[in-house]
Design a protein around this ligand. Structure first.
Ligand code: ADP
Ligand code: GLC
Length: 490
C-alpha cells in the first residue's frame, strides 16, 4: 500500500509526547512490512537537518489558502537506519519558530499553521507524483486533510481512490477556533459553517470534529479509550459525534518500537540488562543514582519510584500531591521525576526537591536521554492519570522491568494487570478510583512486593515478557486501511 502519514510531530525529529513515538513507529513498521510509507511533517526550527541528512529538493509547493496562494519548500530525508522516506514542509513564517505548538504558550496563529500544513500535504503528494492509497492523519492539527480529501481533491485522478483515516490521540485537545479565520483559510467559506455542520461545534470551529466526520475510518489509540470516549466523562463533549461515527471508530493499541526501547540494546543507558541478568538492572540503578550525586551513604537500595511525564492535569498529579510529601518523608522509597509543563506542578516538585534533597530527584525539562536512563534505573513507574488515551511510558516500563503503578483508565487498563501474589500473575499495580487513598494503597502493595525477592523477580519477569510491539499495531492499522479502501473497490 502507498501510505502517507501526516503529523505535526514525529520522533526522532520533533517530539513533545507519545504522538511522535507513534508517528515514528508506524511508518517504520509499514516499511519493514513491505509497504511504501512516507511521512510528512513541518520543518520546525528545532529539527537538525544536517544531523539527520535532510536535503532540500527543487520542489516548490503552491498551497491555496483561501483566496490566496502561499509557497513552500520541501526537504527530503529518511528515518535513521531505515529507507522509510520523510519530507519536511518548509515555510519560513509558519514553521521557523521555537517549539512545535508554541513557546511555551500556543501560538496565536496555530489555526492557520495547521490549515496550511494540512493543505500542503496534498500539494507535496502531487509534487512527488505519488498516488496514495491512504492518508493517515494524526490528531486535530492534521484533521483538515480529511475535509480536503473529500472536497477539493476527490475529483483529481490521483486521489480518486484514496481513503482518509484519522487517528485520535487525545480528545483533550480539539483545536477550537474562530470560524471567521478558519473557514477563510481553508477556503470553505462561512456558508459551510452553521449549527450542526461538520465544521461546527458549540459555535466555533472544532478541528477534531471535522476530522472525525470527514474520515473514512477513525482510529484511536487503545480499545478501552475507544469505548470510554463514547461516554460524556471522557469524550470532552464529542460523544455525540463519536457515537454518530461509532461504526467506523476502532481502538488499536499503541505499540512500542523496540529498536528504540529495549534494555538489552538501548544505547542511551549506562548499563544494559535483560530478564536473564536482572542484577545488572540494580547496577544500572546505582549508576544512575551516582550520576545524580548520591553516594553509598544514601541507602541506594531504597525502591526508586519514577515519573516521566508532561506536567498537565491529565496526568493525575493532583491526587498524588495530596500524599507524596508525607510518603517521601517516611523514607520508604525514593522519588524521581522528569517532566515539563504547567508552572503550578513545576513549583510543587521543586518544593519536594528542596524539602528532600536526597530522596526526591527532580528534573524539570525535556530530555530524551534522561527519560531512557530514568525508566531503566527505576523500580517502579508511576502513572496515576485521570485519563490516558493509551500511554506509552507504562509499556516502556514493562519492557525495562520497571513496574507500572497506574490508574485503570484508557490504555493503562489495557496494558497493565494487577499482580496477584498467590497466582504469580500480573505485571503491575492498578487502582480504580481517582483518589489519593487508592493511589496510596497501590503504592503500599508495590512497596511490599519490592521487599519480597521472590515476588519482585516474578513480577519483573512477567512484565518483561509482555509483548507490546509496534509490529502488531502496524498490522492492525493495515487491516483498517483495507476496510477504508473497500468502498472504492465495490
Ligand atoms: P503523552 O503523549 O500523553 O505525553 P505518552 O505516555 O503516550 O503520553 O508518551 C509520552 C512520551 O513522551 C514518552 O516517549 C515519554 O518518554 C516522553 N516524555 C514525556 N515527558 C518527557 C520529558 N520531560 N523528557 C523526555 N521525554 C518525555
Ligand atoms: C496522547 C495521549 C497518550 C498516547 C499518545 C500517543 O498524547 O495522551 O495517552 O499514548 O497520545 O498515542
Amino acid at each position: 500500500m502507498n501510505i502517507v502519514t501526516a503529523a505535526f510531530e514525529v520522533s526522532p525529529f520533533a517530539k513533545t509526547g507519545g504522538l511522535a513515538d507513534v508517528t515514528q513507529a508506524l511508518p517504520l513498521e509499514w516499511t519493514k512490512q513491505g509497504h511504501n510509507a512516507i511521512t510528512i511533517l513541518p520543518k520546525h526550527r528545532g529539527i537538525n537537518v544536517d544531523e539527520f541528512g535532510f536535503k532540500k529538493t527543487f520542489l516548490t509547493l503552491n498551497v491555496p489558502m483561501g483566496f490566496s496562494t502561499e509557497f513552500a519548500g520541501v526537504w527530503e530525508g529518511k528515518f535513521p537506519n531505515s529507507d522509510s522516506k520523510v519530507y519536511l514542509i518548509e515555510h519560513e513564517a509558519y514553521f521557523n519558530r521555537d517549539g512545535i505548538y508554541g513557546n511555551p504558550d500556543s501560538y496565536f496563529d496555530n489555526d492557520r499553521r495547521f490549515i496550511f500544513f494540512s493543505r500542503a500535504i496534498f500539494e507535496t503528494i502531487k509534487a512527488l507524483e505519488i498516488t496514495p492509497d491512504i492518508i493517515s492523519a494524526h490528531d486535530y492539527h492534521t484533521a483538515y486533510t480529511m475535509a480536503f480529501l473529500r472536497s477539493y481533491y476527490k475529483h483529481e485522478e490521483r486521489f480518486s481512490k484514496t481513503a482518509g483515516v484519522f487517528t485520535i490521540h487525545n480528545l483533550a485537545y480539539q483545536g477550537k477556533y474562530d470560524p471567521w479565520r478558519v473557514m477563510d483559510f481553508s477556503g470553505f467559506g462561512m456558508k459551510e459553517f452553521y449549527p450542526g455542520s461538520w465544521f461546527e461545534k458549540d459555535g466555533v470551529v472544532n478541528c477534531m470534529k471535522t476530522g472525525i466526520m470527514f474520515a473514512d475510518k477513525i482510529t484511536t489509540v487503545s480499545p478501552n479509550y475507544a469505548q470510554e470516549i463514547r461516554q460524556p466523562y471522557y469524550s470532552e463533549g464529542l460523544h455525540g459525534v463519536l457515537n454518530q461515527r461509532g461504526g467506523d471508530l476502532i481502538g488499536i493499541l499503541n505499540g512500542v518500537f523496540y529498536d528504540e526501547w529495549n534494555p538489552k540494546t538501548d544505547e542511551k543507558i549506562n548499563i544494559k540488562f535483560s530478564s536473564d541478568n536482572l542484577d545488572q538492572k540494580r547496577a544500572n540503578k546505582f549508576s544512575f543514582l551516582g550520576s545524580q550525586g548520591l553516594t553509598n551513604n544514601d541507602d541506594l537500595d531504597l525502591p526508586l519510584v519514577c515519573m516521566v511525564t508532561r506536567l498537565t492535569e491529565q496526568k493525575g498529579i493532583d491526587i498524588i500531591r495530596e500524599r507524596l510529601d508525607n510518603l517521601i518523608g517516611d523514607k520508604k522509597f525514593r522519588f524521581a521525576i522528569l517532566g515539563s509543563g504547567q508552572q503550578n506542578y513545576v513549583e510543587y516538585f521543586n518544593y519536594l526537591k528542596w524539602k528532600y534533597p536526597r530522596n526526591a530527584i527532580v528534573n524539570i525539562g525535556y530530555d530524551e536521554w534522561y527519560a531512557h536512563n530514568l525508566i531503566a534505573a527505576s523500580d517502579f513507574l508511576l502513572i496515576p492519570s485521570r485519563f490516558e488515551p493509551c500511554g506509552l511510558t507504562q509499556m516502556y516500563g514493562l519492557k525495562y522491568g520497571t513496574i507500572p503503578i497506574v490508574r485503570s483508565t484508557g490504555g493503562l487498563a489495557d496494558t497493565v494487570d494487577e499482580y496477584i501474589p498467590e497466582k504469580k500473575v500480573g505485571t503491575g499495580f492498578v487502582f480504580n478510583n481517582y483518589s489519593a487513598d487508592d493511589f496510596e494503597f497501590a503504592m503500599s502493595r508495590a512497596l511490599d512486593t519490592y521487599y519480597s525477592a521472590e515476588h519482585l523477580n516474578q513480577i519483573r519477569l512477567n512484565a518483561m515478557a509482555q509483548d507490546n510491539s509496534s509490529v502488531k499495531q502496524a498490522i492492525e492499522y493495515i487491516k483498517v486501511f483495507g476496510w477504508a479502501l473497500e468502498k472504492f473497490n465495490k
